[in-house]
Ligand binder design. Structure first.
Ligand code: ADP
Ligand code: MG
Length: 321
């Protein structure tokens, strides 16, 4: 199979999108955004042995490559629309590619994303997706919009993916069923697009939790020039995971683990009802885990009543840290 067979047979003409004027097959793609919308762009790269293990199933890999990008759209409150996929592949293996592409298009279809282009080269296994989404003009959920007094909320459960990863790296022990449950989150995160869109106009700042909850909240604090208090025991978890891990480990994986692809966001206190409604409407559980302060630092304590400050060994993942 040649590069061009691959593009024609596996990528081209698999989707319909009336806003795509010109899709895969020309030098560049053309899309037509809706009037009154801003376009919003993001890009995320996944490398073998850094973001995934060599023996990963192609279905899981494709899922993650696209899901982490869709998650960035969710974090802006955008509707994900168009993606470009650049791939470094050691060989064109038909079976592997067909499994990879089926899973990729399956996820794309679920979220209404159209693949409009990309690049394919021979090389070590690496993927980069660039994604574009649409946002009602001027309404994006930005990191710089948090205000002192805001509540801090998070979606879903945090720390499961990191626990699974640490189990695989033999850094912790877990009952096998607990590991399996956590591994599902590590392999196939479900981007919170519906929630992101439902909290537009309600939430102030938002971002997705990819590199560790504490570190990612830190980005909001820096951008907004505010501080925060987080109540560790309010952070939503898997009860059987919390029981299985020593507290130090549970705290570290939950507050600084990463790979969650949940949304963390801030909103005024008077919006609690509206947020719970948005959560219900989007079928996404949300939990209040702290508040924005004017202290200009992040303080993690055990709980609202036990204000004992928790020192974390690291706040999250840094490729060069
Ligand atoms: P060019 O040489 O003009 O850059 P290519 O031969 O690399 O074009 O690609 C041909 C067409 O196939 C382009 O429309 C490109 O966007 C698309 N394409 C190539 N690789 C991929 C990929 N991995 N995923 C999606 N589209 C791709
Ligand atoms: Mg090219």
């Amino acid at each position: 199979m040649t590069e061009f067979d691959f593009i024609r047979k596996y990528l081209q003409n698999r989707q319909q999108d009336h806003q795509v004027v010109l899709g895969i097959g020309d030098d560049a793609a053309i899309v037509r955004p809706q009037a009154g919308y801003d376009l919003c762009f993001s890009s995320d790269m996944l490398l073998k042995n850094r973001h995934f293990f060599e023996d990963v199933e192609p279905e899981d890999l494709a899922w993650k490559v696209l899901a982490v990008n869709i998650s960035d759209m969710a974090a802006m409150g955008a509707k994900p629309k168009w993606a470009l996929l650049s791939a470094g592949l050691p060989e064109l293996d038909k079976d592997w590619l067909s499994r990879f592409c089926n899973s990729l298009f399956d996820l794309a279809q679920r979220f209404g994303v159209t693949l409009i282009g990309g690049d394919t080269t021979r090389g070590d296994l690496v993927f980069n997706v660039t994604i574009a989404g649409e946002l009602p003009q001027g309404q994006a959920l930005r990191r710089d919009a948090a205000k002192a007094g805001d509540d801090i909320w998070v979606s879903g459960k945090i720390g499961l993916a990191a626990s699974a990863l640490n189990y695989l790296l033999k850094r912790c022990d877990l009952p096998f069923e607990v590991f399996r449950r956590c591994e599902a989150e590590l392999l196939r995160p479900m981007p919170r697009v519906a929630l992101g869109r439902a909290i537009l106009n309600v939430a102030h700042a938002a971002q997705d939790v990819s590199d560790g909850l504490a570190q990612d909240i830190g980005h909001i604090l820096t951008a907004s020039n505010v501080g925060a208090e987080i109540w560790a025991d309010e952070v939503p978890t898997l009860p059987s995971l919390k029981t299985a891990l020593p507290r130090e480990q549970w705290l570290q994986y939950t507050l600084a683990g990463g790979d969650d692809y949940e949304l963390v966001f801030t909103a005024p206190q008077h919006c609690r009802e509206a947020l719970l409604e948005a959560a219900q409407k989007s079928n996404t559980p949300i939990t209040r885990i702290g508040r924005i302060t004017d202290a200009c630092r992040l303080k993690v304590v055990n709980s609202v009543s036990d204000g004992m400050e928790i020192a974390l060994t690291s706040l999250g993942f840094d490729h060069f840290g």
